[in-house]
Design a protein around this ligand. Sequence first.
Ligand code: AHR
Length: 498
Amino acid sequence: MKQAKFTLDPAFRIGAVDPRVRGSFVEHLGRCVYGGIYEPDHPDADSDGFRKDVLDLTRELGVTTVRYPGGNFVSGYQWEDAIGPRSERPRRLDLAWKTLETNEVGVDEFAAWCRKAGVAPMMAVNLGTRGVQEAAALVEYCNHPAGSYWSDLRAKYGAKEPHDIKIWCLGNEMDGPWQIAHKSARDYGILANQTAKAMRLVDPDLELVACGSSHRRMATFGAWEAEVLEHTYNVVDYISLHSYYKPKDGDFASFLASGVEMDAMIDEVVATADYVKAKVRSKKTINLSYDEWNVWYHEPGDESEWAVAPALFQDQYTLADAVVVGSLLNSLIRHADRVTMACFAQLVNVIAPITTVNGGPAYRQSTFHPMRLAFQYGVGDALRVEPTGPEVETPEYGSVPQLDATATLDPETGDLAVFATNRSLTEPLQVDVDVRALKDVRPVEHLSVHGERDAVNTVDDQERIVPRAQDVPVLEDGRVRFELPPMSWSVVRLATAR
Ligand code: AHR
């Protein structure tokens, strides 16, 4: 069996993993809100109409932050439609997804759901069809304590205490021609700057995210980030990144190596943000919010004609997809110094790890498992991992390391976790980790997501893909050894002395 090696040393610290990289996304799209988090007629709904099974799975997943209400949806959204008595809320055409929006759920309901789920909301404002005034008003509605028009209206509608939403996205994917009221980098940069200033006048403690590129293959990638940040550098804290992956023309070798592209995009956006930092002579560093990432199969285009909550983009995820999701999580962890927020898109039903049946059960898709494990064990400091070992050939990325690995060490507990993807479709891999720089190492467990490439979990067979316990790693002469099955993603847990 081929072998890969690396050394773990607490001195090689990348940075602390920010809990906010364990984020997700709820958009008014398909059955994410209606039939996903909210289904008042469901037997398991609580008194606010939220599905308790979805709340339970959200907590089990370990999500910390949830972005809302879009996505492309936000670029035509009028948030005022979805406040106050439900019977008076208008039904609107949602132009982004050709759906009928009932507005039964709005910012007050979402804030209530977040409190129940134990997550922080990350709110997006409409910088497509709307602008400065509406965004500032929404901040006032959500965060101003009392005594003004919007804050008093919030209290009148039942939320006396402010929602206190601190993380805000300045629009969504404004580089994309598909976006309602898409803009040039210059026009967006100017609008984002003015909006940010007004929002901060209402609440100075906000953290603001400027829109970066919708994906790395956009013709404007790089130039967009540079120009937007030149207009906004001093008033924003983050630049966003979005990426979705899928196997193209049956090329699973490249698909398993999708993390190579995510790594590259992160490095390029860091370089661009730091170029602007130099150019504008700023002392501040802009970090990265990878606020949409996932595997996504269905192409936009199969939207319904003005239905309420149609079943859009309900991808059914395979074992291969779960392995890729695991390796994308590895990429986020190894960039802990600069990627300090991230949201997998989306939480439920729409390209999601949780699937529900209307009136029926909710279950975990294959991708749920690497997310839960990485969120649970990827805590503390990310450690630098530089593996040597065999390579695999990929049509898209050339020759890439067979082993994709990263690690975290929790300084509070001494718990260490190695996250490892075996990118070979057919070959197992032995991994040899030099742990001599760590004290009192004790192997704890090895959990692996692997199996048949196209296997999926379904409502009738919900446990086809679950993490499987492997042999506990062997410790010998200051080295920990374990074996990765072909096409797998693993977490290997070790205890160490603090
Ligand atoms: O997550 C689905 C969609 O993907 C979002 O609405 C949009 O921002 C992206 O293109």
